[in-house]
Structures are given as C-alpha cells and as structure tokens.
Design a protein around this ligand. Sequence first.
Ligand SMILES: [Zn+2]
Length: 188
Amino acid sequence: MARISPGFIPGKRTAARAAACGAVAVAVTFGMTTSAQADYYDGGMPGRSFNVKAVGINDTWVGFLDTGRKNWKNSGAGANIGRKSSAKATFTAGRYNESWLGLYSPSGFRSINRVFKIKVNAKKIEAKAGSKMTEWCRSTATHELGHALSLDDNPGTRKASLMKHSRNRAKVQKPQSYDVAEVKRIYG
Ligand SMILES: [Zn+2]
C-alpha cells in the first residue's frame, strides 16, 4: 500500500489517507519516507499516551470512541488514550458522501506538535454493515486510533490485524496480537 508522509498540504494528505482507509484500494504514493518496517505509519502520535476530544457527536458515537480507547487500553500495547474536552486531537462522525469508512488526518510535526482528526463515515458504514452496524463502528473507531498509534493500513503480514481492510469488521474490532506487538515495537 501507499506509504503516506504527513505533509503539510491538507488537501493532499486528506486525499491520500482517504484512499488508504476507504473501501476502494487506490495505489497512490505521495512523497516518500524511509522505514525498515512495512507497518510503521509516521502520521501517528509521538507517544502512546495522548488525549482526544469528541466533537459534535451524540452519546452513541462517543461510546464508539470510548470502546476504541478501551480496546487499546486493555490490549497490552501500553496505550493510554484519554478523552478530554481540552484535547487538540479530535474524533467526530457524520454522513459524508465519500468512499472511506474512516479518515485519519494528521497535522503538525510528529516530534513537536502532532495532532490528528478522525472522521467516521456513518453513511458508508451503514451501507455496508447490514445488521452489524455497531460492530463495524467499533472496528472502525479502534482502527483509526491505530493510525494515531503509528500503525499503517494493510500491514505486510499473514497474521490477523485490525489494520487490514480485508478484516471481518463484525468480528475483528480489537487490536490483534500482531497489532499489539507492532505498537510495542514502535514505541518500546
Ligand atoms: Zn486505515
């Protein structure tokens, strides 16, 4: 998959991550980064502990965010994602006329002032999830938080991963052992 560098042209970056997170795989590469590992995403946060603010969503959607936070907290990856109204990183949801299910958009410099915006597309999930809407929303929320923990889409492994677009979203809602090991490797 495309390796996306968090540049500073919002439109470009958003388009790139939208392609990477959408239902339709589009092989587009903007810029280059170097990493020995295939699964590291440099758009993530500099540490495993950070806060996120819920913006413009009701209790149901705040619940999906909280499930994602809890899934990571209980995973053993050492991640501690808080929900705070003062946080600069944001999580929201809406009915967007876009192909992606979730969109993770980083900005700033990773080592200095990195923040992110996560958007979850209720319209697209509803169209694809059937009776498994809740499960798909939980899987998507936890997946997007995985990007904040520096995990890339579609890791090059045969093991199960929350970050694979091919995962069964009704069943794979939590970080898998591979994902946990990667977060520990990246931040360890
Ligand atoms: Zn993704």
